[in-house]
Design a binder for this molecule. Sequence first.
Ligand code: FAD
Ligand code: NAI
Length: 466
Amino acid sequence: MADETYDYDVLVIGSGPGGYVAAIRAAQLGLRTACAESRETLGGTCLNVGCIPSKALLHASEIFEEASSGHLAKFGIEIQGATLNLDQMHAEKAKAVKELTGGIEFLFKKNKVTWLKGRAAFKDAHSVEVAGQTVTAKNIVIATGSSVTPLPGVEIDQQVVVDSTGALALPKVPEHLVVIGGGVIGLELGSVWRRLGARVTVVEYLDQILPGFDGEVRKESAKLFKKQGMELKTGTKVTGVTVEGARASVSVEPAAGGAAETLDADAVLVAIGRKPNLDGLNLAAIGLEPNARGQIATDHSFRTAVDGVWAIGDCIPGLMLAHKAEDEGVAVAENIAGQTGIVNEDVIPSVVYTMPEIAGVGMTEEAAREKGDVKVGKFPMVANSRAKTNRDTDGFVKVIADAKSDRVLGVWIVASLAGTMIAEAAIAMEFGATSEDIAYTCHAHPTHAEAMKEAAMAVTGKPIHV
Ligand code: FAD
Ligand code: NAI
């Protein structure tokens, strides 16, 4: 496979979960591999300013809320005077990020992947310029990821008006945080700052939060976030944000038209989605046109329209998730090596890491019903014995199966451990399981996972514990 005409067999642009995984897998398969990354550290959005720091703050803020709110008193644990040291919380988050980004650097060295430090721009389909040098490769993988979608007329200054990166590093707890966008970022980071003491208002353009999630899950989640003290202004649009000193005024009005109102805030988080990073790549040099949504189209093997150029992760269509990017990274490397790398885009779990967690895989009930007859089984966490012992009974598990074949089409969970529980559903669906397969699989007692078994039993109307 090695072709000495080129400096490398594979050059990956971007070292996020898509790019670094593609590079490591390519090297494991014996290909001479380089990865261009312009950030100071490897790991992309996910490790530096995404999944990892957000989960570190979600975990820390959850412990803080437990310790400071008196919630633990019912377990006989009385804590008085718990105080917040936000600098220390940020420092511990930074440590986790450093350990993990350093870990990728170690893996690159171990696998002999060359890190080309700098921004890459195409010169032709087999060469890019990085830091003033031309580097050639037989195959080039675009894994440049995504960045925040700007809201026209709203300037992100990372002081008062922040994007997710700014919201992960606020130096003090805001008094009132207005979040624009009731999606995953808004709800996760809104939860962090609410737990640490901020008043949080989420402004969502659509009638419900969490687009793309199952309808019942969206309703239940909204109910729980409100119960936790988050204000949700759905069906509301932001018409402008003005900043004066350390304060912002956010003008909002009903999306359907109606009386305008102004929200006074000391922090505003813009989280209305993300868009592919293609600026500066010089795609024109290879004649590659992004699609109407600014993404790079590929076939199932992750080949673009240009021979020798491949693309994966957030910059191609599909869910913008780290594990999807990682799986595509493995697949693209295997395809380049002449193997068959496949990603089943229908079975990619999504998880919102709030408390309770919100997770789903496969079709929503609405989408499944549009396609044909379905049977749905639901089991409330309040009837799960382990959730009872742990006093975390919010939520439910819902299994959607094809009415005729009983094959599982989708699973949706609101539960403290939903992110972990959804893995079982993904593996069941990957193996083409029926709801009966799950219902007749022995689940350990007492575990939250038993709720999955009971929801599967409910598909044919015979759960034991409700
Ligand atoms: P990225 O991780 O965006 O990496 C792309 C890299 O390419 C970047 O480092 C960039 O600097 C580099 N790059 C771009 N252009 C060039 C160039 N021309 N030359 C050289 N380098 C370049 N997903 C989850 O699954 N779970 C989560 O919990 C989760 N939490 C998130 C929290 C936040 C706050 C955010 C913002 C995102 C979160 N995501 C999460 C989404 C996840 O981060 C992305 O789906 C994932 O990082 C995409 O991986 P990627 O490899 O496609 O791109
Ligand atoms: P998102 O697409 O999840 O949510 C954006 C929300 O903003 C939507 O509800 C949308 O209707 C709303 N919106 C759009 N324009 C608006 C406007 N003008 N005014 C008010 N609301 C508006 O995008 P988000 O939260 O920015 O996250 C980006 C991506 O990052 C997600 O798609 C997700 O894939 C990824 N991510 C994943 C996480 C996870 O897996 N736990 C955590 C954080 C991010």
